[in-house]
Design a binder for this molecule. Sequence first.
Ligand code: GLN
Length: 544
Amino acid sequence: MAKYIFVTGGVTSSLGKGIFAASLAKLLQSRGLRVTIQKFDPYINVDPGTLNPYEHGECYVTEDGAETDLDLGHYERFLNTPTSQANNVTTGRVYQTVINKEREGAYLGKTVQVIPHITDEIKRRMMLLGESGKYDIVITEIGGTVGDIEALPYIETVRQIRWELEEHETLVCHLTLIPYLKSAKELKTKPTQHSVKELQTIGLRPDILVCRTEYPMTDEMRKKLALFCNVDKNSVIQMLDVDTIYAVPLEVQKEQLDDTVLRKLHLPNKKVADLAQWKKFLSKLRNPKGEVRIGLVGKYIELQDAYKSIHESFIHAGAANNLKVVVEPIHSEHINEKNVKQKLGHLHGILVAPGFGNRGIEGKITAIKYVRENNIPFFGICLGMQCAVIEYARNVLGMKTAHSTEMSPKTKFPVIDMMEEQKTIKKKGGTMRLGAYKCTLQKGSLAAKLYHNQNISERHRHRFEFNNLYLEQFEKSGMKATGRNPESGLVEVVEIPANKHFIGVQYHPELKSTVDNPHPLFVGLVKAAKEYKLSLVKPASKAK
Ligand code: GLN
């Protein structure tokens, strides 16, 4: 029987509920427990797949093809275990299920209402992973902030679950902000007290109070918070601002969060935490032996969250190489033939990002031409790979107007074209080629060398693909398809073997990089960037 931990947030959004949930999960995992994390989002979209990255940051795709909240990325990166469709639920999905059931006649004769029908459906989904027998602990993060109208049915459901289960089977962790008032030189507990009060009026009493703070809290403050928020004194957990999110598990461990949780859930407290590998990673991250600069060419660069998994993958790959990776975001809309050298010339590697639509596309293609001609390490992901194909067609194969039919439906040279199975699809939500597919890598290719494997599986999110009608022409002139889907023949990886490091992939490797398993393609790019940097200072003949 699994136990359930609920994480709510108060005072303000963006406090790091996802990072807290992932950190707690990591600690419990390190104590030998099987843990999973799920997120309930109070918005009406059925999933975030149709949301603009400016609205919601990156859309994270699971193995089973769910388009989900980016917090699931943190869960996977921390725990090194995959999440699934069941790990992210939105209000839209809950209502969709209930309304479909109503149409089928499941509630015949009854008025369908938020309570009990919506809350029952939320409950069913909250308990689902726990009932699978695969987990000892299910952590459920409730999106939004306590007090939001949209979040009320979720809080009510948690209240009911707590009422139904034994006291030691559930826990509520409430994450709040302890603001520092500069003029008064003081940390303030009042907003936290108010937010706990708010939580209590809607029926929940937190067991553990997690306090996000810029400065350490005094003993006095902890006592005060415990007293006025109705929690034990050792259940006031400080979550201090730190230099990296990956330090948070250790920070909350110092606060004995894991011991407190185990005690409250009546779980054995024998196994000591095994965080050796985690600490090793942190130490490498904090003590780099050098630095490389990598350009991230994309069109959502104003917002870090839009490329969250890419940024995190570079952090993992940097540590694996004992290097600091400085990721320089470059707006693809601002790149043109005239300024491309000035924009990219100082970089040791370039990643061209995934994306949709026409905006910024020519800048991406111009950037790729520059890195290809100057033999700068290149890595293209999804649209980034497609741009590499278009660039090659235009500038090497002489197909001056080559394009993807996504941007130019009538192009004379559709080197990237819509996948056959996509052509009849009209609906936008959840209809791309999504989730994990197999790929076979060519022996001796750069990809096969980096993966140390020829049979891989990676996650996808796209409608367009390399047009195999042109494959022969590309291969003859030097751009090779080195990774293909074994069933459909779809091109998954392209390379230019004549270049030192030029690779584009149709899938999203960034979704599978974790602290324990940094992704080989990111590790490879950082290594290539390091070698490229060295080659700039040493005479070419001596460059390794
Ligand atoms: N827009 C492209 C497609 O749908 C690439 C998608 C992506 O970069 N995720 O195929």
